[in-house]
Ligand binder design. Structure first.
Ligand SMILES: Cc1ncc(COP(=O)(O)O)c(C=O)c1O
Length: 396
């Protein structure tokens, strides 16, 4: 029995099987590659659902974490620590003039955003507490976030939904406008939908939703958990739309693989979250913050936002023009290194076939291949990865 088989047997005895995992156990990583417990090497084109935005064991992130670990781990949020302040300054520099609340995950950031939007809508005797979210969206797995998420499968089996959420057709501006009533306080949307299939809205759509929120006094929340931190070829995907949200949420990449979530709100709205209204014991942990700060510094110094834009654009053009994939590909979508390749037919065991060829990829919405490599992948590695994905599609 191989090391992997032994570990898988032990896993079956101790881990809840709530993930559709492939039977591979990863042992170590370096850059854009990981190695399993049997020594097989994989090119990582998915970065752990986008978390490993700078790849595996990036030396500067390792150094930031270990230096901070030697200095100060955790003081709790009844006190301040420097790494939180330094990282929030970087968010403000690259996003907009906002104030940060730190937690551990995307869903927690979204929960905080919805609570804040409700506080705003209900203040001074107001009656606004409901949130509009979009079909095919994904916002997390808590009871409130499965209500916000526009995918029936995610809600199924958990009884009556948390009230106050309406899922509306994502691209139908008229329907979104019509869904706003006197009790609506906010709209939450991903600037590009991730789990729903890397869906980019029609031109002008996001700006129209911004204008609607302004006209009706709604809080606009952009869930940038997938799209943030340079992944899409802008620091934040909403920058493509020339608009700013009232609240932005981050997860995944913002911790580089460590558990970090951020709710980032404009000052007037952020000010409503007074002591006692919300919190997170380990949120903004000093080691995580030192890593997040360093991620932003490396992205800026190495111009990785533009790098992601360039590599992504070239790859989409290649997938679209490749005669090898021909009619097997229905559509290629995305921005930067956030790519969806919708196949004409549901593939059988695509992820297993890609792992067998030493590639980590992902499938969402049954037939959309998702690619989201570390954004510091070299042009040569990426070209090679794209060619290997093309070969894989051609062989289906
Ligand atoms: C857009 C979006 N929001 C929120 C979440 C939830 O993040 P987490 O799994 O960190 O709670 C996800 C996770 O995939 C996501 O894609």
């Amino acid at each position: 029995m191989s090391d992997t088989q032994k570990l898988l047997r032990r896993a079956g005895e101790v881990l809840i099987q709530n993930y559709g995992r492939s039977p591979v156990v990863m042992a170590r990583g370096e850059g854009t590659h990981v190695w399993d417990t049997d020594g097989r090497k994989y090119l990582d084109l998915f970065a752990g659902f986008g978390g490993a935005i700078l790849g595996h064991c990036h030396p500067e992130l390792v150094e930031a974490a270990t230096a901070q670990a030697r200095k100060l781990w955790h003081v709790g949020n009844a006190l301040y620590s420097e790494p939180q302040i330094e990282f929030a300054e970087r968010l403000k520099k690259h996003a907009f003039d906002g104030r940060a609340f730190f937690c551990h995950s995307g869903l927690e950031a979204n929960e905080a955003a919805i609570k804040l939007a409700r506080l705003r809508g209900l203040k001074d005797g107001g009656k606004k507490w409901k949130t509009i979210s979009l079909m095919k969206s994904f916002h997390g797995r808590s009871l409130a976030m499965i209500a916000a998420t526009g995918n029936p499968a995610v809600k199924d089996g958990f009884g009556p939904a948390v009230p106050g959420f309406a899922n509306i057709d994502a691209n139908d501006y008229g329907a979104i406008e019509a869904a706003v009533d006197d009790e609506t306080c906010s709209i939450i949307m991903e600037p590009i939908q991730g789990e729903g299939g890397i869906n980019v809205y029609p031109p002008g759509h996001v700006a129209k939703v911004r204008a609607l929120c302004d006209a009706r006094g709604l809080t606009l929340i952009f869930d940038e958990v997938w799209t943030g931190c340079g992944r899409t070829g802008r620091w934040f995907a909403h920058q493509y739309d020339g608009v700013t949200p009232d609240i932005m949420t981050l997860g995944k990449a913002v911790g580089g693989g460590l558990p970090v979530g951020v709710m980032f709100a404009v000052p007037e709205i952020a000010a409503l979250l007074v002591p006692g209204k919300h919190g997170c014991t380990l949120g903004g942990n000093a080691i995580c913050m030192a890593v997040s700060r360093t991620i932003f510094d490396v992205i800026e110094r190495d111009d990785l936002v533009q790098h992601a834009a360039n590599l992504g654009e070239a790859a989409r053009a290649k997938f679209k023009s490749s005669s090898a994939v021909g009619s097997k590909v229905a559509e290629v979508r995305g921005r930067g290194l956030f790519i969806g390749i919708e196949l004409a037919a549901e593939p059988v065991d695509f992820v297993a076939k890609s792992l067998a060829k030493g590639l980590i990829t992902n499938i969402t919405s049954k037939k959309v291949i998702r690619l989201a490599p570390p954004i510091n992948i070299s042009a040569a590695e990426w070209d090679q990865g794209v060619d290997r994905v093309i070969d894989l599609i051609a062989s289906l």
